[in-house]
Unconditional design. Structure first.
Length: 227
């Protein structure tokens, strides 16, 4: 599964299936408080409304996955082997992490993160009744989450979108940003991690644990040395 940075995404159907499962695994832990609060606010014992809310949330991320697949496919066809790791691929991966680090410090990130960190404020301000309302609210919350986390997802492509280790790392950063009380500590800490990763990815990729170097057929040096 893990071919490293710019992993081949396979067919659209395969990628969409993997992407939806991956988003559920990565994002549901941090969005669970919002879904739980929504369930209590509906005052219903039926699981339908919360499930529709969660489904709407996934629909928003599904759209991101389709766009990412289209961009990756188009870029591969236009560039040929220009994006190969031993040409510009490593530099592009490092630049992607750098852009993600910068985005962490922008006002747009701050606004979107504020929506994600305040479940009650979001639900009160965006309340819609009924099953269609549940789906719409979930999609709206997902859209705010996309605005908050798209750069972190882009960094996952630069580290290996099919790497279970880096999925866990990015999911941990997302939960860290959404759940700890100090928002600035979260965003500046995440930005610092992304910036350092980007710099090391360009200068010494073999030192990054769990990073598969494309074409090497193996993990980084640290993993090869581990028992």
């Amino acid at each position: 599964m893990d071919g490293g940075p710019w992993t081949d995404l396979g067919t659209l159907a395969w990628f969409v299936g993997v992407w939806v499962v991956m988003m559920a695994a990565m994002m549901f832990p941090s969005v669970a408080p919002t879904v739980a609060l929504y369930s209590r606010m509906t005052k219903s014992r039926s699981p339908v409304a919360p499930l529709l809310f969660a489904s709407g949330y996934l629909v928003a991320w599904l759209g991101v996955g389709v766009v990412a697949f289209a961009v990756a496919t188009a870029a591969g066809r236009v560039s040929g082997d220009l994006l190969a790791w031993d040409r510009t691929g490593r530099w592009l991966a490092g630049a992607t992490l750098g852009v993600a680090a910068v985005y962490e410090l922008t006002p747009l990130k701050d606004v979107c993160l504020g929506k994600c960190r305040s479940p009650l404020g979001f639900l009160v301000g965006s309340w819609r009744s009924g099953r269609s309302g549940a789906l719409q609210m979930g999609a709206t919350h997902g859209a705010w989450c996309v605005g908050c986390c798209w750069a972190l997802m882009a960094s996952l492509f630069a580290l290996g979108v099919m790497s279970v280790v880096w999925m866990a790392v990015v999911a941990g950063l997302i939960a860290f940003e959404k759940l700890i009380p100090a928002r600035r500590v979260a965003t500046y800490g995440t930005a610092a991690i992304l910036f350092v990763l980007g710099a090391v990815l360009v200068t010494a990729p073999d030192t990054i644990p769990a990073l598969t170097i494309p074409g090497s057929g193996s993990m980084s040096q640290n993993d090869r040395m581990s028992p």
